[in-house]
Design a protein around this ligand. Sequence first.
Ligand code: NAD
Ligand SMILES: O=C(O)C(=O)C[C@@H](O)[C@H](O)[C@H](O)COP(=O)(O)O
Ligand code: ZN
Length: 364
Amino acid sequence: MHSLHVDLGQRSYPIHIGTGILADPALFAPALSTGPVAIITDSNVAPLYLEALHKTLRKLEKDVLTITLSAGEASKSLANIQEITGRLLSAGYGRDCTLCALGGGVVGDITGFAAAVYQRGVACIQVPTTLLAMVDSSVGGKTGVNHPLGKNMIGAFYQPRAVIADTDTLDSLPDREFRSGLAEVIKYGLINDQGFFSWLEDHMDAVLAREADALAKVIQYSCKDKADIVARDELEGGLRAILNLGHTFGHAIEATTGYGQYLHGEAVAIGIVMAADLSRRLDLIRESEQNRIYALIKATGLPTLAPAFPIADYLAFMRVDKKAEGGRVRFILLRGIGSAVITGDVPPAAIAQTLQAFMEHEHA
Ligand SMILES: NC(=O)c1ccc[n+]([C@@H]2O[C@H](COP(=O)([O-])OP(=O)(O)OC[C@H]3O[C@@H](n4cnc5c(N)ncnc54)[C@H](O)[C@@H]3O)[C@@H](O)[C@H]2O)c1
Ligand SMILES: O=C(O)C(=O)C[C@@H](O)[C@H](O)[C@H](O)COP(=O)(O)O
Ligand SMILES: [Zn+2]
């Protein structure tokens, strides 16, 4: 097992990464509150791993309530916050309870937000079961739900008390969902870890083959990169925005297509390719660097073209992106592989050209 530390003073917490650790009560005990536990999961994960987690919590003599959501992005909704909090209240759960997210980023985000708002805040433990959740969503405390008018528009910064990533759970993760997590992995290489990007270029076959050593390195490197950034800028006052590379475009793609047609990582992959193109159009990076970025995204099998929608539809969602300032859309762009910058100085014509260049043929 490999453990990392997210250094947030009194709210610091561990990230445990390893095989079979779902069965280790010693990892859960320090993060649990004194009261009962509510496991929040989804319909794909429950039959696979719920009993294992129940068994571990029973060893700690915990009463456990289970809330199972429908799998998929559409479940990241305010209606489900109502459902979750209603179930907790009906069960008589108080401030001494702990919410345990067992699943991917959808379960992790909605559980974290439920923990943030239920009785003004209860403990939360993240138990990620997708690659994307292990390398990104379970760490850093961004929680929330989607709104029809924008992605992640309702939420809170609320840190878990522990992240327990049992890599055995990836054995059942379908290939499409596995690849989706690789967009966020490549993101770390691009924003501040050139050496990791080069390593990914040389080892992508081993990663796609889910070779244990390669997978361990990917998860550990990603979590360390994210933990370092979050420790320096928890509430996204500046630095942390670089973790949003590809997301101004990516979130617009998710919202325009109605949440769920594209997995988050698929939309982010397209967004990264677009951000690289925009960076080159603005002479921030060389064409050779753009080509390396495009080639690595392609090597994962992730999509590189946005679905055919009117450009105005995408722009409407980009305008409400949470990074926008003074009415200007802001992007995370690249100054090179391993270096990112946030900027609102992007000519609208360049944005439109990039959207046209990386869109399926209609509406281009
Ligand atoms: N809070 C953050 O910092 C952050 C970071 C990145 C992404 N996100 C959010 O995370 C979400 C995407 O997360 P995701 O990609 O994990 O999607 P997801 O949670 O929808 O999981 C993908 C699919 O895999 C299934 N699944 C999960 N674990 C499985 C397993 N071990 N075996 C078999 N099937 C399994 C799920 O049921 C689902 O059908 C988006 O809503 C995105 O906005 C949040
Ligand atoms: O943790 C962060 O900060 C990120 O930006 C990580 C992203 O991968 C993630 O998708 C996050 O939810 C996007 O944040 P948002 O503020 O744009 O909703
Ligand atoms: Zn993301």
